[in-house]
Structure formats: C-alpha cells, structure tokens
Design a protein around this ligand. Structure first.
Ligand code: SF4
Ligand code: SF3
Length: 548
C-alpha cells in the first residue's frame, strides 16, 4: 500500500504498512482500485453526458465510490469489493450505450476501461498496481492526487446534497472530466494546476448546492445553545455529516422513549429550525471524532455513523457491537443500515430497538455550547458586526475552520485561541472547533468570540460572510478585509474547502498542523508563490505574524 491522502500520513510522507488511521493495506489498495473503477465509469459517462445522456445510477456511483475512499469513512473490504464490481458493470453498460451511439473515448484502450475483475485474490493483486505510485513524475503525481483528493471531498458534499434531491449536472460532468484528466499523460503540470483551481470552483458550487439543500429542507441555522449534558432515557448517538439521516432518525425515534444525541460533526444539526421541534433531540455528547473510543463507551447506547470519521474500536472496548453505519460509511463487524429505497426512507428500527435495551448515557460534562452562526444568521447581525469593526471593538477575524485530529501538536489551536487578543473573533466550521469551543472566550458587545457556522461544508458560509463584508466595506479585494486564515486540515473534505478558498481568491492561508505530504516541493512552491500558503510555527511566532 501507499497512501498519503491525509494529515496523519506516516512520518509525514505516507503510510506503507498499515494506515495510521487504522486502514489495513488490503483495504487501502482496494480503495485505490475503487477510484480506478470510478475512472472507468467516467471515461464513458463523460462522453455520453456530452450528447445529453445521463443516468442516475452513474451520478450516484461517481459520488459514492469516491466518498467511500475518504479517510476514516469505510474500512470494510467486502463493501469496497462490491462497489468495485458495481463500477465495472456500470462501465460496461455505458460502453454498450456508447457503442450503440457510435461514441468512443480517447481512453477506450486504457486499463480503467478494459480490465475485468477476477476473484478476490486476483482483485487484491490487481489493486496493488493502480495506486498513487503508478505516476512516476512526482509533480504530476502530486497534482493528480491533489485533484483526486479535492474530488473526494467534493463527492462527499455532493452526496449529501443528492440525498436531499439537490443536484447540479455540471458538477457530475466536472467530476468525470477531472477523473479522466488524471489518466491523461499529455497534460502538462500547468494544465493540471489550472484543473486544480477549477476543482476549487466546483468546490464552491457543491458547497453552495449543499447549503441550499440543507437550508431549503431544514431552515437557516440560527443562534442555538446546545446542551452538552444528558437526560435519563436511553439514547442513540449519531455522528458524521448527513442531515437527511438525522432527519429520518429523529422522525423514527419520536415517541419511542429513545433520545437522540449528536457527536462530533453532527453537532450543527441542532442549529436547524426543523429539528428543534423534537423534544427527544437532547444535545451533543462528547467532542471530536478522535475521542470516540472512551466517549462511545460511556454513552452506553448505540452509535450511528452516517459518514466519516470512524476510529477502529480499541481492544477491550465493549461498544463495538452497538455501532451501526449507513451510506458511504462501513467497518467490518459494524451493522450496516441499507440505503433508502427510491422515494422511501431508511429503516432505523434495529438501532432504535437496540437503544431500548441500553442504559441512559453516563454524564461526562454539563452546560451548553453556542453555535448557529451560518451566513444568514451573521448577515442578520451585520449592522452590529460592522459597527464593532468600525469602532475598533473588533480588530480582526480569524478563520480557524477545518478538521480536528488526534495528534498532540493540535494543542496549538487551543493555545492559539486562548492567546488571541480580546478584540478578535474566531470564525469556525468543521470539527476543528472542538479545540476551543468549550473555552470561556467571552463576547464583544454581545457577539461571541467564537462564531460556529456549522460543519466543514459550512465553510461556505464563512466565504459568504467574507464576501458580504467586502461589499459592506466597499473593498476591491477579499484580502483587504481584517480576516486571517489559520486553518487545520485532516482529510479530503478540507482539501476541497482549501481549493474553494483559493478559487475565491483568498491569499495567505496558514495550513496546519503540517502541510500535506502529497504536495511535492515544486507544487508546494506554486501554492506559496501564487497564494501565499504557509504552514504554522509556534503560537507566539504566528501570533506576531497574524497581528502585524
Ligand atoms: Fe495513512 Fe491517512 Fe492514508 Fe490512513 S488515510 S492510510 S492515515 S495517509
Ligand atoms: Fe472532521 Fe473527520 Fe474533517 Fe467535517 S469529522 S471535518 S476530520
């Protein structure tokens, strides 16, 4: 195996034996083969789409196959093999339709378009030949992978939007074009840099689409105090990012005597008006994804993963038989809730019945946290915010969105938040917030010093807020705003968020805790020279840079 797609890549270069994330080498290789299968589909679906042929199953496959390969989403080799085979079947159906229409592809002879899956052993042997290292030139490899990881993040967000019946065919068309481009040896590094920025453009589009899907279905997030204590009923803990799943779980648990709690990236579900009517939607339990071993243990009830981030249970943990996955998520031994049938709903009755037999959660903390500062809510407060900036009560905003992770050096973000001067405000989204969202950082004239917009995809909200402020202050350039970007990344959703910000023209983003292993020195140089991307140093050094 060779995998360097996330921030935990071993030794800062890549995982070669087992993943630091817990992914075994067979799973890592099979995930590479799944991306290979998606490319085979894209070779034909891209050509067919140009003549107006589109197919729902293809759209779903393109998003789901890429989503499955995101860090910490799916560790289940059997599920991945099933998806690989589905991809090849889909490719062959499309190949037939293309032949009937007299359409071919420049890549019709490429392995992605011709290989045939054998038995499991053959699949595993094949999977060792299609990974990252197939591209010899390190700069081309770096750009191909940067685009692929952006596509994985984009696919995850597109999948959530699709579940809410919001789709944009241009996004599918771009996914196909970009997947096929990663096969194209005639493209220069400059071509791939341009495609990287185009990936960012579609990152903005997909986040806007998901924002519209979420807000049209559930209303605009509003300022909300979320309980972090527990009630006395048994509960279900729901994690991940999929709001359609939590909607159906809340409906199906209503009146059953089973409460629902959010974990990690599901916390922002509390900010949506549509979910507030549920009295049994009690609060948020615990913190960020990487703390799940002890937190799931003390929760006592079943856990439902709608997406990443899954941490393999430690030996000795007793909760493993209480975990369920659904959608793109999977883990061997966890039970999987099937997809909703066309026009129907998922059936969470097994999870609910399981919960009824469990004890109520053990309290690990109490009190509340405040969030819900997505674009619509912040724009309602615009006058107050603008006044605070004009009077100097707020000197600077710090975008500290992105991912959390288990590495000790992420304490940097807690210390950074603590040391920020009192006249600064943190704008956050994603699980990065857990490094500082329970600190008593106070407020500025009633505006909390940590404004949480929501999940990582709600980084879109932060961009909308920045663009609104640019308009209010009549500036020519988004970079003239008093906003600094100190972003934490972990997995590939953060990659698409980063590419989206670059596409919007945001410069001088600091990215930590370490720069991606998949950036070759030359590609890193392009990002530094054109966008001022930098890593992080010590808190004190960085504070001086940011406040100068
Ligand atoms: Fe390693 Fe990250 Fe890949 Fe897991 S996803 S194998 S930790 S680089
Ligand atoms: Fe977190 Fe996994 Fe990235 Fe959605 S839950 S931000 S790491």
């Amino acid at each position: 195996m060779f995998c360097y797609q996330c921030q935990e890549a071993a030794k800062g270069t890549g995982c070669t034996v087992n993943g630091v994330c817990g992914k075994k080498s067979d799973v890592a290789n099979l995930q590479d083969l799944l991306v290979h299968s998606a490319k085979g589909v894209a070779v034909y679906s891209g050509e067919l789409r140009k003549v107006g042929y589109s197919n729902k199953a293809v759209n779903k496959y393109l998003l789901e196959s890429l989503f499955i390969t995101i860090t910490n989403a799916n560790f289940d080799a059997d599920a991945i093999v099933k998806s690989i085979k589905e991809g090849v079947e889909l490719r062959d159906e499309l190949k037939k339709v293309a032949a009937e229409k007299g359409i071919t592809s420049k890549f019709a002879d490429h392995d992605v378009a011709t290989w045939i899956p054998g038995d499991r052993n053959e699949l595993e042997t094949k999977s060792e030949t299609v990974g990252v290292l197939r591209t010899e030139n390190e700069d081309v490899r770096s750009l191909r992978e940067l685009i692929t990881y952006g596509l994985k993040g984009l696919a995850a967000y597109g999948h959530h939007a699709m579940n809410l019946e919001k789709e944009n065919p241009e996004i599918y068309s771009f996914v196909e074009k970009a997947l096929v481009a990663t096969l194209d040896d005639t493209l220069s590094a400059d071509d791939l840099v341009a495609l990287t920025l185009e990936t960012g453009k579609f990152g903005v589009d997909v986040m806007a689409l998901l924002d519209a899907a979420n807000t049209e279905a559930y209303g605009h997030p509003e300022i909300t105090e979320v309980n972090i204590g527990v009630g006395t009923n048994p509960g279900i803990l729901i994690s991940g990012h999929d709001l359609k799943d939590i909607e159906e779980l809340l409906e199906q648990t209503d009146g059953t005597g089973v409460d629902v709690y959010t974990h990690s990236e599901m916390l922002p579900a509390h900010y949506y008006p549509a979910f507030k009517k549920y009295k049994h939607f009690v609060g948020n339990y615990g913190s960020s994804w990487w703390n799940q071993n002890p937190e799931f243990e003390s929760f006592n009830g079943p856990v439902l993963f709608t997406t990443n981030c899954i941490v393999p249970p430690k030996s000795g943990n007793t909760y493993a038989d209480k975990v369920y996955t659904t959608g793109a998520a999977g883990f061997p031994g966890f039970k999987h809730i099937a997809d909703r049938p066309e026009g129907g709903k998922k059936d969470f009755s097994a999870v609910i019945e399981h919960a009824k037999k469990c004890a109520a959660p053990t309290e690990i903390e109490s009190g509340t946290i405040v969030g819900g500062f997505a674009h619509n809510q912040v724009i309602q407060l615009a006058d107050k915010v603008v006044d605070a900036v004009k009077t100097g009560a707020i000197k600077k905003f710090f975008v500290m969105a992105g991912c959390d992770g288990r590495m000790k050096d992420r304490n940097y973000y807690t210390e950074f938040a603590e040391k920020l001067p009192q006249d600064t405000v943190i704008l956050t989204a994603g699980c990065a917030k857990y490094r500082y969202n329970k600190l008593a950082l106070g407020d500025i004239g009633g505006i909390p010093r940590v404004l949480d917009a929501g999940q990582c995809n709600d980084s879109y909200s932060l961009a909308v807020i920045a663009l609104k402020l640019k308009e209010v202050f009549e500036l020519n350039d988004i970079n003239e705003l008093p906003i600094a970007y100190n972003i934490a990344w972990y997995e590939q959703k953060a990659v698409i968020v980063l590419l989206a910000l670059l596409y919007l023209g945001v410069k001088n983003i600091h990215l930590g805790p370490t720069l991606p292993a998949f950036l070759s020195p030359n590609v890193a140089k392009v990002l530094v020279e054109n966008f001022g991307i930098a890593g992080i140093g010590t808190v004190d050094e960085d504070m001086k840079i940011f406040l100068s």
